[in-house]
Structures are given as structure tokens and as C-alpha cells.
Unconditional design. Structure first.
Length: 357
């Protein structure tokens, strides 16, 4: 496949005379050298934010306050309000699943709450998985500061635990809307959790970390893997290093079923820029992501325009040494960045070869 592509390129540029190896019109020269060549697949990506999630209503009430899309909410701040009372953000990976008060069974959610209270300047005693009277006192102080009744109990739905600061990406509820909530009711017999009821999304958020999302087609998926190093070409042309941080299947593209074929799913790669570089604040902007398909280290290479077709699938270069000119038959390999890997008897680093104009 590579050979055919080179033949077309050279014949188009030389009017066909290079195919016989008898023309000597080229005067410019390039150098034979050892280079590392990398073949890339260029995919189109979109600048966005990582970790989108839905914030669900676990309390019933009327929506009385909402943030604006694009707002960033941090630990201890209000996500939205029901009946004039705030639902607040705290950091953590464990979703809230029960009310927390003095005497509740030990659990990871208790430790998570205490860690947040301490970070916000309240003193819950030792940060552990035991809800004590000191924890209750810290909760009461926190409630008073937010205009809530100081009960010392964190009711299910008053706090949303999410992993870090959140950027509001969409609003699902509207001001004045009545929400039924999904956390009320008595615990089931023998269970510490609240009785489940359908929850409704109030808003959607993401992390504040910018990423590039790239959708790869079915025949491109083999090149991407978690932890893979890539290059991201930002608007303006600057290239910065990146890393594939996540992979997720996407819905099959339409069209295949009409032809009686089963459509294949795509793959969405989430790419983060690494090092000290940052992705610019251009939401939805298009960038290019370079995935490396093949790498050949320190191989003998010549400029791609030095390669000429001499018939069939055979190629050669014209070498110049001491005023003499001779043809060297070569076997081409990987081509990248304007150079091509070659193997030919008598070809060595430092030799000058003719290149097309």
C-alpha cells in the first residue's frame, strides 16, 4: 500500500521521467541520516470538561434558587435551594445514602462528612468513621451558619458529595418547580438506609479540569489505550503533550443497518494535557490529537522526495559522492514527517542524495 502511494506521488511530480531512473534533472540534495520515525493517526477532538454527573434531588420542595450554567461551586457552597434552604456541596467519592446523626452506625460516609467539616473550619473531633457528640456540635454550628435549624443531624439530601469543585453544565429543573425528592421515608426493617423513592435531576455538573474528547471509529480503536502518550494540536498550532485518561464505548454510528450490516460502536477517548501546559478556555473548540501508530527508532532515512520509482514495486535514490552520481536500489519502510526509512546496499549516514524540487 505504501509503495503504491509513493509511485503516484512521484509520477505526479515528475511527469513520469523518474520511473526509468534515466533523468538527472534534480540538483538539490538531502542527507542520509539515522532518525526516529513515528507514524501518527490524526483524530479530531473537542475541548470540554471531565467527569459530568447529575445532581439529584433527595429532598422534596420548591426550587427557589439555581446557579447559572458555567458557575463553579466549591466545597461548602450552595448548589441550589429548596424552600429557601440550601443544598450544599461537600467533597467525596461516597454518595450520601442515609441521614447522619449521633448514634448512627460507623461508616465511610461519616468520615467523609467529618473531613469536610474540618476543612470548612468546624471541629468534629477526631476525623474517623464514628459520629460523636463532637461531630453533632460541628454540624449544628455549620447549620447555623447556613440558616438551617441547628439539629446536629445532616438529613439525607442536604449535602451532595461530589469529587471536587463542580462546574455547572446544564440546568434540569426550573425556578418554582416542585420536586418530590427521593430520600424521604422510614428506613426498611433491619436497614440503615432510607427507603428509596425516585430521584430527579436538578442540574448537571462536571469537574473543572479541562480535557479533550476524541471519538474514534471502529477501525481506529486499536491504537488507543489508557495511559497512552499523545500530542494535542491546540488552536493556533501549538503542540502540547497529552495522555489518554479514559476510554468509553459510544453508540454505533447510523448507516450500517440500512445496508444490512450491524453497526459497530465507536470509542471515546478522554485526553488530558500533561506537564505544565494547560488547555485554553475555549469550550467546544476543535483540536487535533495525534495518536502514534508505529515508531521506528534510529533507522536509516532519506527525505521522502529522494525516493524514485524505477518500475514495478522497486525504488531507488541517486547518491552524489565526489562529483559522481550513482543509483542505489532501496527498500522503503515507514514514512513520517517528510522522511522515509530505507535499506539499500552501499547507503550510509552522511551520504548526499538528490531530492526532487
Amino acid at each position: 500500500m505504501f509503495a503504491a502511494a509513493v509511485v503516484v506521488l512521484l509520477l505526479a511530480g515528475s511527469g513520469g521521467s523518474a520511473a526509468t531512473g534515466t533523468s538527472a534533472t534534480a540538483t538539490a540534495t538531502g542527507t542520509v541520516e539515522r532518525r526516529t520515525l513515528a507514524e501518527h493517526l490524526t483524530a479530531t477532538g473537542t475541548i470540554g470538561y471531565a467527569g459530568e454527573t447529575a445532581v439529584l434531588a433527595r429532598l422534596a420542595g420548591t426550587v427557589t434558587a439555581l446557579p447559572a450554567v458555567g458557575d463553579v461551586v466549591r466545597r461548602g457552597e450552595r448548589l441550589y435551594a429548596l424552600n429557601g434552604e440550601p443544598v450544599l456541596l461537600m467533597y467525596g467519592a461516597q454518595p450520601a445514602y442515609r441521614s447522619l446523626s449521633d448514634g448512627v452506625a460507623e461508616g465511610r460516609d461519616v468520615e467523609q462528612l467529618e473531613r469536610n467539616l474540618a476543612a470548612l473550619g468546624y471541629s468534629p473531633g477526631g476525623v474517623d468513621d464514628d459520629f460523636t457528640w463532637e461531630t453533632a456540635a460541628a454540624v449544628s454550628a455549620w447549620q447555623e451558619d447556613h440558616g438551617l435549624e441547628a439539629t446536629g443531624e445532616v438529613e439525607l439530601g442536604r449535602v451532595a458529595f461530589l469529587p471536587g469543585a463542580q462546574r455547572v453544565t446544564a440546568l434540569e429543573a426550573t425556578l418554582g418547580e416542585a420536586l418530590a425528592g427521593g430520600g424521604g421515608g422510614e428506613a426498611e426493617s433491619g436497614s440503615e438506609g432510607e427507603a428509596e423513592a425516585p430521584s430527579v435531576p436538578v442540574l448537571r455538573t462536571s469537574s473543572t479540569r479541562r480535557v479533550v474528547s476524541v471519538v474514534l471509529e471502529a477501525d481506529q480503536q486499536s491504537i488507543a489505550h489508557r495511559g497512552q502518550k499523545v500530542e494535542v494540536v491546540l488552536p493556533g498550532g501549538a503542540e502540547v503533550p497529552g495522555e489518554v485518561r479514559g476510554l468509553a464505548a459510544t453508540e454505533p454510528a447510523g448507516g450500517g443497518e440500512e445496508a444490512g450490516e450491524e453497526a459497530e460502536p465507536g470509542l471515546e477517548a478522554t485526553v488530558a494535557v500533561t506537564g505544565k501546559h494547560r488547555i485554553p478556555g475555549l469550550d467546544g473548540a476543535t483540536v487535533n490529537v495525534l495518536f502514534t501508530e508505529q515508531v521506528r527508532h534510529e533507522v536509516l532515512s532519506v527525505p521522502l522526495t529522494a525516493l524514485i520509482a524505477i518500475g514495478g514495486d522497486r525504488f531507488a535514490v541517486y547518491a552524489r559522492e565526489g562529483g559522481a552520481r550513482r543509483q542505489i536500489v532501496v527498500k522503503p519502510g515507514l514514512a513520517a514527517n517528510g522522511y522515509v526509512e530505507v535499506d539499500g546496499e552501499g547507503l550510509r549516514p552522511g551520504m548526499k542524495v538528490e531530492v526532487g524540487r
